[in-house]
Design a protein around this ligand. Structure first.
Ligand SMILES: [Zn+2]
Ligand SMILES: [Zn+2]
Length: 173
């Protein structure tokens, strides 16, 4: 969602504008609806975007390997720097920081890339479909969230404990 800030760039430092965000962003291979509000503050060098956004991404449970929707809250705070002066149109020098976000020559910028970056950081390393996910039976691979399988505990064998170890390494904390 491109936001035009040409008016705000001509406003005094500290002036604030707010926008509703509602856009589909491609995150981790899937399309996610991202919603929330962003407030834009005119700074001495550009526009500071502060947003609290909500979205869901489809991830794989690290314990039972099922796909589920993981809710994410993104608290974005990024400054966007204009590449040209909004009044005179002369090129401006950008901060040295690599990958800094910019406002283009039409005085617009887009939150999409920041949303994607914050979302990727917010996805848990070991997602769980629920806190008490029962995981998979180490013997037959049955998803124990769907009830017990036919395996009897006393059937534990060397093969099973190896599998058990594998599952543990892959999954649970
Ligand atoms: Zn699970
Ligand atoms: Zn089983």
């Amino acid at each position: 969602m491109p936001i035009n800030v040409s008016q705000q760039l001509k406003s005094p430092i500290g002036s604030v504008r707010s926008y509703e965000v509602r856009e589909v962003v491609s995150i981790a291979g899937g399309d996610s609806m991202v919603e929330g509000e962003v407030s834009l503050v005119r700074t001495d060098r550009g526009i500071l975007a502060k947003a609290t956004l909500h979205t869901e991404v489809e991830v794989t449970c690290s314990r039972c390997l099922s796909l589920f929707n993981c809710r994410l809250t993104l608290n974005i705070e990024e400054e966007y720097f204009p590449i040209i002066d909004a009044v005179s149109g002369t090129p401006l020098s950008l901060p040295e920081e690599p990958g800094c976000f910019t406002i283009d020559e039409h005085h617009t910028f887009d939150l999409t890339e920041a949303i994607r970056q914050y979302a990727l950081l917010a996805i848990p390393m070991k997602p769980l479909c629920r806190e008490d996910c029962a995981g998979l039976c180490p013997a037959c691979g049955h998803n124990l969230n769907q009830g017990p399988c036919g395996c009897l505990p006393q059937k534990a064998s060397l093969g099973r404990s190896k599998l058990n170890k594998l599952t543990l390494e892959k999954g649970t904390e």
